[in-house]
Design a protein around this ligand. Structure first.
Ligand SMILES: NC(=O)c1ccc[n+]([C@@H]2O[C@H](COP(=O)([O-])OP(=O)(O)OC[C@H]3O[C@@H](n4cnc5c(N)ncnc54)[C@H](OP(=O)(O)O)[C@@H]3O)[C@@H](O)[C@H]2O)c1
Length: 290
């Protein structure tokens, strides 16, 4: 039976990966949190992975507080690059596969009209995005069997149940407060439900179709359009209005357009992920029963 280790097993995506893996009786899953193993510690990574002897390592760990990174680049390069090198080096030595996550933020520049495909040239616009792109590049020289998966705008049930919140929960909480809500209407991407991402990740990493993959729900929207849909589907009244990025400045620059096309997945014969409308409806439906 093949053994998969999930690094960051208590995160948003890590939690859904563990839930989906439990449904598979042909795979043995092991969850690892930062309390068990800090992936910035090379000897720790080597010791743990050697002891576990996994077939596949899935790394969801990242330092992705985008604005904080502007003043803490060292930590971003430690977690988003050096730790990835640690895992790539050890996975290469053990001849196991490494799946690693990256982000739509590797793209930037003037708004495009076409979703980005995997062969498009990245253009990171923040130190966070640079660290994530460097993390992508550090794998291939050390680990032949690898998957680099770029996704976007994750939300999952583990977010609000655990330590952090996600955009959907933040919007619903704000609506409850009755305060006016302004959301940027000039940043276009594809929010992605971690359950759908986890299901597709498991399909992919248990194949031998190694390489770079875009993996988001399908369709696209601005964050304002996403917020509008959240309130519509949740049947919640909210004082919502659009704003521009210029009116809502943040320390780190965000791409105006970072829609990803899951072309490599389709080319390898995988079915596409559901549309973001359906993903959001499913998330909200399940939320009611929790
Ligand atoms: N969230 C998004 O909108 C988004 C968008 C595009 C791509 N992604 C990428 O998708 C992946 C999963 O995202 P997510 O939202 O599931 O992230 P998450 O909820 O923050 O989960 C990441 C997990 O990794 C752990 N971790 C952090 N540093 C670690 C270290 N040095 N050693 C071991 N574990 C460590 C975190 O623990 P602590 O919380 O205790 O630090 C957390 O449990 C990440 O690579 C992320 O950058 C996310």
């Amino acid at each position: 039976m093949r053994k998969i280790i999930i690094i960051g097993a208590d995160g948003q995506l890590g939690t859904d990966l563990m839930i989906e893996l439990e449904k598979r009786n042909d795979l043995q899953s092991v969850g690892s949190t930062i309390a068990d193993l800090d992936v910035t510690d090379f000897e720790g990574v080597r010791k743990r992975l050697t002891a576990e002897a996994p077939d596949i390592v899935v790394n969801t760990a990242a330092y992705h507080r985008v604005d904080e990174v502007e003043t803490n680049a060292a930590k971003a390069f430690l977690v988003n690059v050096e730790a990835v090198f640690n895992m790539a080096k050890v996975c290469g030595e053990l001849n196991c596969a490494l799946a690693h996550f990256s982000t739509d933020y590797v793209f930037g520049g003037p708004p495009e009209e076409m979703p980005y495909i995997e062969s498009d040239c990245p253009r990171p616009e923040s130190i966070y995005a640079v660290s994530r792109l460097a993390g992508e590049y550090v794998i291939e020289p050390y680990c032949e069997k690898h998957f680099v998966i770029r996704s976007c705008g994750l939300y999952g049930h583990a977010g609000p149940m655990g330590k952090s919140s996600n955009f959907v929960e933040t919007m619903l909480k704000l609506a409850q407060s009755g305060k006016p809500i302004r959301v940027v209407n000039d940043q276009r991407c594809t929010p992605t439900f971690t359950r759908h991402l986890a299901q597709k990740v498991i399909e992919l990493v248990t194949s031998d179709k190694y390489g770079l993959f875009h993996m988001t729900n399908t369709g696209d929207c601005t964050w304002y359009e996403f917020a509008k849909k959240i309130f519509e589907l949740a049947g919640v009244e909210a004082d919502l209005s659009p704003c521009t990025t210029a009116e809502y400045p943040t320390p780190a620059k965000r791409p105006a357009y970072s829609v990803l096309d899951n072309m490599a997945l389709r080319n390898h014969g995988f079915a596409d992920l559901p549309h973001w409308h359906d993903a959001l409806a499913e998330y909200l439906r399940d939320r009611k029963t929790k």
